[in-house]
Design a protein around this ligand. Structure first.
Ligand code: HEC
Length: 168
């Protein structure tokens, strides 16, 4: 008789332990999906209007504010050094469409919308440095934006280079 009671007690204890263990495993597995962790890119913290980075930088002008962007003066003098820097960046980012000389005959153009001739005197006259610098940052109707690839300062260098391509 005691044998059965002992067996029964063992079964009950074993059962309780098994259920508890199961609950623990369940919670362990589930909890990991319900923690207060933040996934990358899940939350965006908007900067207050007019914020600038601590180390230099400049205000961001979206496409809609191109006129304000165009009114800015070019803070980077078109020295040989600046034009050389801009030229190196131009080769990497712009030649595929605009061509080495800015004529709009890059390798991509037969399969893409032909870009304007950047050496054109009327175009060069009609645009301010500020306009182009912002244009490179946010892109055009078709032209991609380079705001992530090129820093604001690098874009001024590129503008200085594009100016050097102007027809004399
Ligand atoms: C994928 C092709 C492509 C690349 C790469 C590209 N552009 Fe353009 N670009 C265009 C097209 C197309 C236009 C005509 C305007 C439009 O549709 O966006 C244009 C227009 C321009 C204009 C004239 C804007 C105006 O109306 O005053 C400038 C200046 C310019 N690009 C400079 C650059 C520079 C500098 C780079 C490299 C940082 C570059 N582009 C890279 C395709 C490109």
């Amino acid at each position: 008789m005691m044998k059965y009671v002992f067996g029964l007690v063992l079964l009950v204890v074993g059962g309780v332990v098994a259920v508890q263990g199961g609950v623990l495993v369940m919670r362990w597995n589930d909890n990991m999906t319900q923690t207060a962790r933040v996934m990358p890119g899940e939350r965006a913290f908007a900067m207050p209007a007019g914020s600038v980075p601590r180390s230099g930088g400049e205000l961001y002008y979206p496409k809609e504010e191109r006129e304000a962007a165009a009114a800015r003066k070019n803070p980077v003098p078109a020295t040989l050094e600046s034009v050389t820097k801009g030229g190196a960046l131009y080769v990497v980012y712009c030649t595929p469409c605009h061509g080495a000389a800015g004529k709009g005959d890059g390798l991509v153009t037969p399969k893409f919308v032909p870009p304007p001739d950047l050496t054109n005197a009327d175009l060069q006259k009609g645009r301010t440095d500020g306009y182009w610098q912002s244009y490179l940052g946010v892109g055009g109707a078709i032209m991609p934006s380079y705001g992530e690839a090129l820093s604001p300062e690098e874009r001024w260098h590129v503008v200085n280079y594009v100016r050097s391509l102007a027809q004399k």
